[in-house]
Design a protein around this ligand. Structure first.
Ligand SMILES: NC(=O)C1=CN([C@@H]2O[C@H](COP(=O)(O)OP(=O)(O)OC[C@H]3O[C@@H](n4cnc5c(N)ncnc54)[C@H](O)[C@@H]3O)[C@@H](O)[C@H]2O)C=CC1
Ligand SMILES: O=C(O)[C@@H]1CCC=N1
Length: 281
């Protein structure tokens, strides 16, 4: 069997730890993975939780460079405003043929390529945190120098985190509005349903359980082959019944329009952040 590539996670917060968890759960060997973080406490936490090598910047200012120098695939998981500095730092030590993957919202491929040595292979992604359970969905767009074999390699690594789709870069902001931010919309709905359930007289803990299990169960039904959200909704909605009463109120108040406006705001914010990053160059 060919040796697995070496992966380095540069920055390992919510998103990169979710990807790390999904990749390891998919059977990727722990001894081929390194992560970097800023704080020693966080490094210790990640070592215990995942059994991988974790380097902390607070203990070794060369942590990112050391992790980058050994990597075949680098997964950059810092906030958008930190991506350029990270790439500028690690670019000079990249191995020939290394592939640099970013999970950052709003950071264009062009900016990444400009921060790295000429010809660097770059892939921009938009993942989501259910990656942790192998139930994520990641969209990716390849940079100008990324070889098809490198795109395939990244796709196969991310397969442990869930579905992977390739999109033109101009669609990544829209993807972020749907699936990147989307888990937060589902959690927001769970919070709202639990609160409303308590207001209807349920014990708060029971309302939380009912809301969470309902969303998890509905999500599992949506994941079945051939699932159709509208058909599934209709199957719950008896004519002149209770569900119809609830959905009537949602429709009267234009809940779909509210959701669309929120998602448009997410996409607009991505474009705005890109503008801020370009202006800072
Ligand atoms: N949280 C999410 O659901 C999603 C996040 N993203 C993207 O993922 C990226 C990270 O977001 P989160 O994980 O939510 O943020 P986070 O704040 O949880 O994680 C960022 C991590 O990077 C570390 N870091 C920053 N600078 C560093 C450096 N120089 N060296 C080593 N470590 C460093 C921070 O200490 C932190 O742990 C962002 O660019 C975001 O746009 C994309 C899709 C979904
Ligand atoms: O909120 C954010 O900016 C990041 C990108 C998508 C999800 N979280």
């Amino acid at each position: 069997m060919p040796t697995s590539p070496r992966i380095s996670f540069l920055g390992c917060g919510s998103m990169n730890e979710a990807i790390l968890g999904g990749i390891l759960a998919g059977g990727f060997p722990k001894d081929r993975v390194t992560a970097t973080v800023r704080r020693a406490e966080r490094a210790a936490e990640l070592r215990v939780r995942h059994g991988i090598t974790v380097l902390a910047g607070s203990e070794d200012e060369a942590a990112n460079r050391n992790a980058a120098a050994e990597a075949d695939v680098l997964i950059v998981g810092v906030k958008p405003a930190g991506v350029r500095a990270m790439l500028t730092e690690v670019g000079p030590v990249l191995k020939p043929g290394a592939v640099v993957v970013s999970v950052a919202a709003a950071v264009p491929l062009e900016l990444m390529e400009a921060a790295l040595p000429a010809g660097a292979q770059v892939i921009r992604t938009m993942p989501n945190t259910p990656a942790k359970l192998g139930r994520g969905v990641t969209a990716l767009s390849a940079g100008t120098a990324a070889a098809p074999a490198s795109v395939e390699l990244v796709r196969s690594l991310l397969a442990g985190t869930g579905r992977v789709v390739q999109v033109p870069e101009e669609q990544i902001n829209a993807v972020g509005s749907v699936s990147g931010s989307g888990p937060a919309y589902a959690f927001y709905l769970a919070e709202a349903m639990a609160k409303a359930g308590a207001e209807l007289g349920l014990e708060p803990e029971l309302a939380v359980l009912l809301a969470a299990e309902t969303l998890a169960g509905a999500g599992a039904m949506l994941a079945e082959p051939g699932a159709d959200a509208a058909a599934l909704r209709r199957a719950v909605t008896s004519p002149n019944g209770t569900t119809e009463a609830a959905i009537g109120v949602f429709a009267d108040r234009d809940l779909p329009g509210i959701i669309a406006a929120g998602m448009a705001a997410a996409a607009e914010r991505s474009a705005e952040i890109t503008g801020e990053l370009n202006a800072a160059s």
